[in-house]
Design a protein around this ligand. Structure first.
Ligand SMILES: [Zn+2]
Length: 509
């Protein structure tokens, strides 16, 4: 029976969020090691696809659980935490040999002590198993591929959807790639083409928008024989790290890559200035626009404070506009990460009138708001997320207090979590369909979950850790030159970008 290592080290990091990610944030989302990886999380996210391997092989496997260390998007990992995660991942591999490795990573995860968490984890796994053991890793579509990642893994497999609704399918594609590697001593060639550009992602869903066509060709190309992986990675841009930029990645056994990387790179580069920025409204404009729309709810992206993009989740920019403007029938529904106010409400109890100072404590771009509120409900907020950003994913946002401030209902939570799903509000005991305006702290993925019942979808932008206006954020660690900062007119002008190749190889023995 094949012994297959399985693990997950995953978070999307926002370098501009000053709230560091601690070990306790991983504990909140279920940090486990050993057999518990499969026993407790074998039906969650990418792991649910990995565990298809026995079915693909037509034979049982012996799972060697490494660790499952997942937490919600947020600030960089605190000092020392990366070393801890690497040790949890690599120690079981040093203790006994395995036939192959499946590991789920994000690819845009960074730490205070190293900007390339996913690369370092892969490097450690490779060092522990040696060059001959097949190693397949999955990545978010917004991964920032680095030379270390490309060199360390035999195959990298990314999501093919944005909004992300294919976590389990991606895991299963990785399991299929590993199955083939277990059966051959040939290792595929890799071509990863780096583009010296970043973009806020605007208008770049896979199911619509300017790159829908390219995504169809990518999915079709990967389905061909002799192809292990084809993926485009339009990196999440709130990552201040070396090699920041888009990557087009292919791993293949055929003589030539399935798609011409240079022409795909050119095609992507040609869209670099494409933007749908006209849809962004200031908070005040947004309240007026929502009021003018017939029907409800109007689902609103609180783009600049998207917890899905790793922002702190307590910006008061939009909340202040909601409290100031008359919304009318239905009112508004929002959430805010504010442990202090949760504590105050829990002490006061359900039904109490309280004076609160809400938000603006974690977010460096807004001020706390002094409000008088009525506590409607106190409790805890936990649910299972299936939709954008999660497949059967257990979410725990800690204690919560639902309060009413004038026309606005605010779900105050102790800890950050997904901002894209209406399940958050349902878990707090309210039906988002009944409100006129509902806020989602998500730049785009929320559309997948709200569109089925929303009267309209609007986008709000203000200063924040996940502002769509990238030029206004201060990047210091990126490799330059880089679009849109340095006046590049062709990708070749950036000597650091271009192909990161790995030759096909035959493993000896
Ligand atoms: Zn993503």
């Amino acid at each position: 029976m094949k012994r297959i290592a399985i693990g997950q080290v995953r978070q999307e990091t926002n370098s501009f969020n000053p709230v560091l990610t601690e070990r306790s944030h991983f504990d909140d989302y279920g940090l486990v090691r050993g057999d518990a990886v499969v026993e407790r999380y074998g039906d969650v996210g990418e792991l649910s696809g990995f565990t298809e391997l026995p079915r693909i092989l037509g034979a049982p496997v012996e799972w060697v659980g490494l660790c499952r260390a997942v937490t919600w998007s947020g600030g960089p990992l605190a000092p020392g935490l990366l070393a801890e995660l690497i040790e949890m991942t690599a120690a079981p591999l040093r203790a006994g040999s395995v036939d192959g490795v499946l590991i789920s990573l994000h690819g845009a995860q960074s730490a205070v002590d190293d900007p390339d968490v996913s690369g370092r984890v892969l490097e450690a796994v490779r060092a522990a198993v040696g060059p001959a053991t097949p190693l397949v890793a999955t990545l978010d579509l917004h991964a920032n591929l680095t030379p270390l990642m490309v060199r360390s893994a035999d195959v990298l497999i990314g999501y093919h959807t944005f909004p992300h609704v294919d976590e389990d399918a991606t895991g299963a594609r990785a399991a299929a790639a590993l199955a083939r590697l277990l059966d051959t001593r040939k290792r595929p060639a890799v071509n990863a083409w780096k583009l010296p550009m970043v973009h806020n992602g605007d208008g770049r869903s896979t199911d619509r928008g300017i790159q829908r066509d390219l995504w169809r060709r990518i999915v079709a190309a990967e389905a061909a024989d002799d192809v292990a992986s084809v993926g485009l990675y339009p990196v999440q841009p709130w990552l201040d790290a070396p090699y920041l930029g888009w990557t087009f990645y292919q791993a293949y056994w055929s003589a030539e890559p399935p798609l011409d990387p240079r022409s795909v790179a050119q095609e992507c580069w040609a869209t670099r200035a494409y933007s749908e920025a006209e849809r962004f409204m200031t908070p005040d404009e947004l309240v007026a626009a929502a009021r003018a729309i017939d029907g409800r709810p109007v689902a609103v992206s609180e783009y600049h404070d998207a917890t899905n993009s790793g922002a702190p989740g307590d910006s008061t920019r939009m909340l202040a506009a909601l409290l100031a403007g008359r919304i009318g029938e239905g009112g508004a529904l929002a959430f805010c990460v504010d442990p202090k106010s949760v504590d105050r409400c829990a002490q006061a109890g359900s039904g109490a009138a309280v004076d609160l100072t809400v938000g603006g404590a974690r977010d460096p771009y807004s001020e706390p708001l002094a409000v008088s509120a009525r506590v409607e409900r106190v409790g805890t907020l936990a649910y299972r997320l299936t939709g954008h950003g999660g497949h059967n994913f257990p979410v725990d946002m800690g204690r919560m207090a639902r309060v009413r401030i004038g026309e606005v209902t605010v779900v105050l939570v102790e800890k950050t979590g997904p901002g894209s799903s209406p399940l958050l509000y349902e878990a707090a005991g309210v039906d988002p369909r009944r409100f006129k305006i509902v806020l989602a702290k998500s730049p785009e993925g929320f559309r997948n979950d709200y569109e089925p019942f929303a009267a309209a979808i609007l986008y709000c932008a203000a200063p924040g850790c996940a502002s769509p206006y990238l030029e206004r954020l201060r990047f210091t660690r990126t490799t330059r030159p880089l679009y849109p900062w340095d006046g590049l007119t062709a990708p070749e002008e950036a000597g650091w970008a271009g192909p990161m190749d790995r030759q096909a190889a035959l493993i000896e023995g």
